[in-house]
Structures are given as structure tokens and as C-alpha cells.
Design a protein around this ligand. Sequence first.
Ligand code: IDP
Ligand code: MG
Length: 138
Amino acid sequence: MIERTLSIVKPDAVAKHGIGKVLARIEEGGLEVVAGRFLRITRAEAEGFYGVHRERPFFNDLCTFMTSGPVFVSVLEGENAIARYREILGATDPAKAAPGTVRALFATDIEKNAAHGSDAPETARIEIGFFFPGCELV
Ligand code: IDP
Ligand code: MG
């Protein structure tokens, strides 16, 4: 099934000049970039975006990290894009991420883990609408 998913190249990977390297893996992985924005996330946006994690002990630090520098947010499209992009990213904890994945290559630790990918169709739809409010899914 052709899907769309939301990608964020997080502040740590942007600071390491990793935007192009992540995009290269996306494109080599058979996914297409169909929308993109370079921006600095506000505190309120970070808290809203990661609202499902509000009760987790790492929530405050995560929001501080996500607002610490610019990010590159994009919409990816392709066959099974949601699962495929999460394969390209690797596990949340870079210590557990498969060799060659974005997080194995570029992440610093479980928090500063280089990039975000949506985890399911419903969250992808919500997350895409969060940063690309005019972008209707067909
Ligand atoms: P995911 O990004 O692989 O879907 P989630 O469990 O949804 O992982 O967590 C969202 C983000 O919160 C992670 O990408 C990471 O930046 C951060 N995070 C997750 N677990 C921890 C933790 O145990 N300590 C610190 N930060 C964490
Ligand atoms: Mg997640």
C-alpha cells in the first residue's frame, strides 16, 4: 500500500550536517520526499507533537532537545512508507539499532537519536497535519 509518513531530522543530526545523509538513505530506500520544511520547533509545538509521552520521565528533556536547534521536517511517500522508514531509522536506542541504519550511524544516545518517523497510519496522518496543515491525504 502506498503510504505517507512524517520524518524529522532532529537538531543533533542537523548540527552534524546530517540532513543530506538522511535524505540520501530515504531516497536510496525507495521513498520519495513529497514535502519539506526547515524550521525551529517551539516549546508548545514540541509538547504538542510528543503529547503521548507527556507522562514519561524523559518528556521535559526531550522537548528541550527538540527545540535546541533547527530541524528538517518532511513528508515521505512510498510502498509501506511507515514501516520502511522506521527500518531505515533503526531502533529508538542507537545501541540497539541495526548496523547501517540512520540511528546507528548518526544518533548520540536514546534521546538525541537523529531522526523521527511516524509509527502507524493514524499517527502519520496527525503528524503530517501538525507540520503541513494544508497537505491532504488522498
Ligand atoms: P520512536 O521515536 O522510535 O518512535 P518513541 O518511544 O516514540 O520512539 O519516543 C519518542 C522519542 O523520545 C525518541 O525518538 C527519543 O528521542 C525519545 N526517547 C524515547 N525513549 C527515551 C528514553 O528512554 N530516554 C530519553 N529519551 C527517550
Ligand atoms: Mg514514536
